[in-house]
Design a protein around this ligand. Structure first.
Ligand code: SAJ
Length: 425
């Protein structure tokens, strides 16, 4: 397993649990040390137990990158990161560097599965030529090469790894068959196709979700202009059998949706481009939450420079400890510049983005002027408005980025309330 991060580690542990001898290779000493002492470097339900069981049985171990490890393996699974740079151009250097080692280590009948998300066409135009050049072997004849995109979401990784239909796209039919067989040892359902289709499918899935969320966010902004509630509108529209609008919010975060759309359209110029436009809508939402907050303070007669704001949530989404590309970062950083004091509470995620960390909800809202809701963690779904009001300063404000509090309830409890996609009450 080349790369032992959020995808590589669950993959390594599940293959080990299925009976394979797995070596997880990663450049980060902290990851390697953590695995070898039976711990998980990421907080993923069930992963620590799975790692521990398999390290103790001798089927799983972690090492720092080295050639010698790869030459002993029958199958090499690559799960290194493929980010975009500051211009949103895909950067596949981590992948190509890893494949340099892989190419040197290949021998006849080796299997190479690429699980990193890649711009369409990468396997045939970049990966195959490099591996063939380095190994002097021919793909699909002497060794097997396939793109096997992952579909796991943090928080449900182990379950989704096993249960989600797994796409395997070989560089040729032999590779699809052999690498499909390998993954069927762990995944309950395999769907076989070619590598070019599999590359499109992976980036299309996340782009579909990003575009759909952008539509929900734009609809929220439209509803605000009309003084109506987007949540009600979406609920009613979704009763149509062919409509499934996603949920608006303070923006889109996480390591996948913020960059996979750029991978999908990489290298192609369109005069009209819904994918880039959707990215821009989603990227604009943190700023909108900042504006709603300043408006809320103003309506409640509070001066920002004298106000204390409490934020709930720094994770990029509900019930995870992961703050990568979290929209909370921009909201908290920006508002910290405008107001007297900021405090944050997140029961799952250690990130604070420069705000003071509160150890509980009560501590966070105590003497706050404004409460900004940014993540729909389970713990935040049943907020007690009356209790929160009693702890906050007079004329309190709620800014609801995730629509966790009913506007009517907020009003009845004496709050000034603004929600994403909701008219003020
Ligand atoms: N979000 C909304 N509204 C929604 C749904 C999500 O604003 O209706 C936001 C979340 O709050 C979060 C962001 O979108 O900030 C992304 O969250 P997510 O749950 O959509 O996805 P990820 O990034 O955790 O995982 C996605 C998944 N892809 C799809 O659902 C199509 C997952 O299956 C992939 O394996 C993963 O990307 C990946 O690794 O590519």
């Amino acid at each position: 397993m080349v790369g032992a991060g959020y995808v590589g580690l669950p993959t390594a542990a599940l293959f080990a649990d299925a009976g394979f001898n797995v070596t997880a290779i990663d450049l980060q000493p902290s990851i390697v040390e953590s695995v070898n002492r039976c711990d998980s470097p990421i907080d993923e339900p069930g992963l620590k137990e799975l790692i521990c069981r398999n390290v103790l049985s001798g089927r799983l171990r972690a090492v720092l990158t080295c050639d010698a490890e790869l030459t002993r393996e029958d199958a090499i699974i690559v799960t290194v990161q493929t980010p975009v740079d500051e211009n949103n151009t895909p950067d596949i250097n981590f992948l190509m560097n890893a494949l340099d080692f892989v190419g040197n280590a290949l021998r006849e009948n080796s299997l190479v599965a690429i699980c990193s998300t890649v711009p369409p066409g990468t396997l045939s135009t970049k990966v195959k030529p490099l591996l063939e050049f380095k190994s002097d072997l021919t793909a699909d004849k002497d060794f097997f090469l396939a793109y096997v995109p992952e579909r796991i979401a943090p928080g449900k990784s182990l379950k989704e790894f096993v249960e989600s239909p797994r796409i395997v796209g070989g560089i040729g039919p032999n590779s699809t068959a052999v690498i499909g067989d390998l993954f069927s040892a762990v995944c309950s359902k395999m769907i076989r196709t070619d590598s070019a289709t599999a590359e499109i499918v992976k980036t299309a899935e996340n782009t579909f979700r990003d575009v759909n969320i952008a539509f929900a966010n734009q609809l929220a902004l439209i509803c605000e202009k009309h003084g109506t509630d987007v949540m009600n509108a979406i609920e009613l529209a979704n009763t149509h059998p062919r409509v499934n609008i996603h949920l608006p919010g303070p923006g889109v975060g996480g390591p996948c949706l913020v960059k996979d759309p750029y991978l999908l359209i990489h290298g192609i110029n369109f005069e009209n481009d819904v994918i880039t436009a959707a990215r821009a809508v989603n990227d604009s939402m943190p700023k909108h939450v900042v504006e709603l907050t300043l408006k809320g303070l103003s309506v409640a007669g509070k001066q920002p420079e004298k106000s204390r704001i409490a934020f709930l949530g720094t994770a990029y989404k509900a019930n995870v400890d992961d703050a990568r590309y979290s929209p909370s970062q921009q909201v908290i950083t920006e508002l910290t510049r405008h107001v007297a004091a900021t405090v944050v509470y997140d029961p799952y995620c250690p990130a604070t983005f420069g705000a003071k960390k509160a150890s509980c909800l009560t501590e966070a809202v105590q003497d706050a002027d404004c409460l900004v809701l940014l993540v729909d963690h389970a713990d935040f779904k049943k907020l007690d408005c009356a209790k929160i009001k009693s702890l906050m300063n007079p004329n309190p404000v709620i800014i609801d980025g995730k629509r966790l509090v009913a506007s009517q309830t907020a009003k009845e409890n004496g709050f000034t309330y603004f929600g994403v996609g909701c008219c003020p009450v």
